[in-house]
Write a new protein. Structure first.
Length: 193
């Protein structure tokens, strides 16, 4: 089923309705959909490099809006819908672990998890379930998702389709590196003040 959805997303990247589909996939991925929008964003940026930044912006805004849906699910429907979604993605029974991570790292949890291959919907749902500060949540989502999608857009715009196999194999390492740099910068700013 996931393979069919992946192929459908890739074929949608070449269609005239690619941009609205990119918005829909980005929105849904932040709250319940299993596949990340990167699989569509990359080919779109390769095909139309002059629109790469626009596509990254569409992805970012849709992801944050979808994140708000995920937040609402966690806030109002965690016991029914939220915990079920978390279970579907293999994190059932680990809610306390995710909550402890939030308690320890706060907004940095969103930065770290938002850049890594961990499904972003888990971040949004747990944020809502913990009644995490909504303004901080939105800003953190804008930064982390923007960093991720603009990086993907830059890579595909710069290197074209030849970068796809490298990214597919190493996306976790690349995003972890970006997360480390981002967290280091935030900590540096925090401690310098």
């Amino acid at each position: 089923m996931a393979i069919n959805a992946y192929r459908s997303i890739l074929s949608a990247a070449a269609s005239p309705r690619a941009e609205p589909m990119l918005f829909a996939v980005s929105f849904a991925e932040s709250s319940f959909f299993p596949l990340p929008p990167d699989v569509m964003l990359g080919p779109m940026c390769s095909a139309r490099p002059e629109r790469a930044w626009r596509y990254a912006l569409v992805c970012t805004l849709a992801s944050v809006l979808g994140g708000l849906l995920g937040y609402a699910i966690g806030y109002a429907l965690f016991q029914s819908v939220g915990s079920w979604i978390i279970s579907v993605f293999g994190y059932g029974g680990r809610e306390q672990e995710l909550r402890a991570f939030y308690d320890q790292y706060g907004a940095l949890a969103i930065f770290i998890k938002g850049l890594t291959p961990i499904p972003f919907k888990l971040v949004t749902i747990i944020s809502g379930a913990m009644h995490f500060s909504l303004p901080v949540f939105v800003v953190a989502c804008l930064i982390t998702r923007g960093a991720r999608f603009f990086l993907v857009a830059w890579l595909f715009r710069t290197y074209g389709p030849s970068i796809a196999p490298v990214i597919e194999k190493r996306i976790g390492v690349v995003m972890l590196g970006v997360a480390i740099v981002l967290v280091a910068a935030i900590l540096a700013v925090r401690f310098l003040h």
